[in-house]
Design a protein around this ligand. Structure first.
Ligand code: 6CS
Length: 367
């Protein structure tokens, strides 16, 4: 992130704080014409006073999170007959991912994306999405499992304990490894300074291969690669293109070891002040966006791979089944690390999700 981005971030943050850290609907009171906002409130009428919901992104304009937010805004504003306005704050306006989560927790913003690679520092259970080879190679399987009510419910309590409410689990495509050499086997990672997101499970996943994990904010990765403070990084292809990482890396290795997953989250107390119609619109927009975002991320990742190959000499390597198996084997110990950090609840989450993936794979075997 450039210094001018930081200036605008500080200014916007100061404005948010000056406004009392509250959106129009964040004062805990219901506006005229609304119903009681408790769980399962009666959907009698819409909120008739205009309100603004602040929605912060961990990614820049043009990203997968941005296209999600723009469509979410369109749908919510439409469903509410323009009574709700969504203000979108792309990455660079407010702060790093962990800072966005803090702003959400203290009510300065209402909605945000919070990626498990960061969020597992405060909600270890969500670190399951930083484990490798847990999700299916078939995205129809992942969609049916990750958008299910059953999986959402597994995370309700850990999010609530952090004053957060999980609305959706949003995959953004397969992660790719970049570096200045191919990464075909776990041994290739020995001594490799791999930039990861900050949570202990994200770092442990690469320590398992022998790498030296180097967590740092997203905004510092380009400079870190350019200055050789790190040897490589891991992100979905659309991000490697839009953050220009490909300009300062020579090889991209596609292992399909994990999807980049983010979560759409609200402040829990803010959610409790919503009217029944407002919650219904949130649910409706969230449900409408499931197919939309799976299609968009596939489109973005494929188009941007073309952009990278057209604009650079980057070598692209796809691992064979045998090569992937060596990584799978080396990654399994990190599941024990996850369970140690999360206890019986994490064990239940891991067992439930892996069992659901296996069952869905059997159902989708003809895809
Ligand atoms: O690597 C990261 O830190 C970031 N990567 C993406 C694709 N989205 C947000 C996240 O913070």
């Amino acid at each position: 992130m450039t210094p001018s981005h930081f200036w605008s971030a500080s200014l916007i943050l100061a404005c948010l704080l000056a406004l009392g850290g509250c959106s129009d609907s964040q004062d805990g009171s219901q506006k005229a014409g609304t119903t009681e906002g408790g769980e399962g409130g009666d959907p009698v009428s819409a909120n008739i006073e205009p309100v603004t919901w602040r929605f912060a992104l961990e990614e820049i304009e043009g990203s997968v999170q941005d296209v999600y937010a723009q469509e979410f805004k369109r749908q919510i504003e439409d469903l509410s007959d323009e009574h709700i306005t969504i203000e979108i704050y792309p990455y660079g306006s407010l702060g790093t991912s962990p800072q966005l989560t803090e702003l959400l927790q203290d009510g300065s913003i209402d909605l945000a994306f919070a990626s498990p690679g960061h969020l597992a520092s405060v909600i270890p259970e969500v670190g399951i999405f930083s484990l490798h080879f847990v999700l299916s190679d078939n995205n129809n399987v992942n969609k049916s499992v990750l958008s299910s009510r059953r999986v959402q419910d597994l995370f309700a309590k850990p999010y609530a304990d952090q004053n957060l409410k999980l609305l959706a689990i949003v995959p953004e495509g397969w992660m790719a490894w970049t570096g200045n050499k191919p990464l075909r086997a776990p041994q290739d990672f020995i001594g490799f300074r791999m930039r990861t997101m900050v949570s202990p499970i994200a770092t442990e996943s690469y320590r398992a291969y022998g790498a030296t994990p180097s967590p740092m904010p997203y905004s510092e990765v380009y400079n870190g690669l350019q200055l050789r403070q790190i040897d490589g990084q891991v992100n979905p292809i659309f991000a490697i293109e839009e953050m220009d990482f490909y300009e300062v890396q020579e090889v991209m290795t596609l292992a399909n070891h994990a999807q980049f997953v983010s979560t759409l989250v609200t402040n829990r107390q803010w959610y409790q002040t919503l009217t029944a119609p407002q919650r219904q619109w949130l649910d409706k927009a969230r449900d409408n966006l499931t197919d939309f975002i799976y299609a968009k991320q596939a489109e973005f990742n494929s188009e941007r791979l073309d952009t990278i190959t057209e604009n650079s000499d980057m070598q692209i390597i796809r691992l064979t089944r045998e090569e992937r198996e060596a990584f799978l084997e080396a990654s399994l110990g990190v599941r024990d690390f996850y369970v140690k950090r999360t206890g019986p609840r994490g064990q239940q989450i891991l067992t439930t999700i892996t069992t659901m993936i296996d069952a869905a794979e059997a159902q989708h075997s003809g895809d």
